[in-house]
Design a protein around this ligand. Sequence first.
Ligand SMILES: Cc1cc2nc3c(=O)[nH]c(=O)nc-3n(C[C@H](O)[C@H](O)[C@H](O)COP(=O)(O)OP(=O)(O)OC[C@H]3O[C@@H](n4cnc5c(N)ncnc54)[C@H](O)[C@@H]3O)c2cc1C
Length: 387
Amino acid sequence: MAGAACARALVDRGWQVKLLDIAKDPCAGASGVPVGVVSCHASPDDNPLSQLTRAGLQATIAFAKAHLIEGQDWSACGVLERRIADSKHPKKPWQEPAEDSVWYSHVTLAKHEQLQQAGLSADASSDLWQPKGAWIKPLALVRALLSSDDILFLGLHEVESMQKSPATGEWVLRIKHHIAIPGMGSSHTYTSESAPHVVLATGAHTPEFLNQVLYEPDMGLHPIAGQVSWGLQDDSDSQELPQFAVNGHGSFVAHVPTVDGNAWYTGSTFDRHQSQLTATEEAHAHNRQRLSELLPAVSDTLAHQWNDQAQIKAWNGVRCASVNRLPKLGPLDEQRLPGLHMLSAMGSRGLTLALLCAQVVADRMEGKTPTLPEALLQAMQCELPEA
Ligand SMILES: Cc1cc2nc3c(=O)[nH]c(=O)nc-3n(C[C@H](O)[C@H](O)[C@H](O)COP(=O)(O)OP(=O)(O)OC[C@H]3O[C@@H](n4cnc5c(N)ncnc54)[C@H](O)[C@@H]3O)c2cc1C
């Protein structure tokens, strides 16, 4: 997603881009999540993550409206945000935004009909409604981003090392190609690519890429593994499932078309500093428990499916996160590593953030001032030690 979004931002400005990936096809990493929620992080004090997600949502939705098929690839369904408070995590009260508020038209208090559709009581509810929220299929989004003659996707290209050529001033990337030899195991060959600018968009591989390829510190970036639980909808259950996405304590999305019929998705788990991709029953149980807290009535409706393990499927992936929960983007170090840029650490919000962040990366590559507030840009900048 990060690589595709940067490639698209650059070719739209006249650049030519090669996108190298270890995997054969796009969306092999975290961006292979079958469906994701696009929403704002609503905070009464409009913190940096709120500012970023609000702008990011608008960029993603504008692209989806122009390039994707609504109802198939994405849905402008709105998002109900549950604000489930407990004694340890009280929620700040939310005032209905006035017309001059940054939140106006983005977030309102949830209405009785929305709560009712989700099987929730309106009594003492502090839940929010994001009318511009959506669900989206990342694979469709990435395919649309990559559909340009000026982007060349090169799969099975692992960047193993890279250095600046003293002769040309370009970055030279050594590429490892894994080859399966029938009956003899596997082998590999090497080629190289060179370019004046390189954007690292290596997702959860970023900490090890920084350490092992560039011999740089990992900037506190770390992996967070997650499992989504999902199932195909029974016709009889469908009318009990909300038409909009729900988040705030894990998330729930239903009525997502797949080749086998409409599906629902919930989760995901959040295993910090873990990179495992193995589906577990424990993770399904965790997702079931969280769904019972997020949407008790929906959880009851789907109980017969949860009780039959064969009906619950899993998708596992690994996000990359930063210490301050904001993406890391822009030049790595303009003095020591000129021409080297990055877009990573989008955490659980890559679908909301990638297109906006890619514009910032492209602005910085072209020496333009990005439109985001300076404090926000600073909070996202790469922090490598000076020489
Ligand atoms: C369980 C789960 C649920 C999620 N749900 C949501 C959601 O509801 N909403 C939302 O907005 N976001 C969600 N996300 C987050 C979102 O998926 C990520 O933020 C986003 O996909 C990250 O994109 P990326 O391009 O940075 O990383 P990735 O998609 O992981 O891509 C990194 C790519 O780099 C390649 N690579 C790595 N090292 C090398 C190398 N040395 N050489 C060549 N290629 C290399 C990999 O092969 C991979 O293709 C979820 C993530 C997970 C795991």
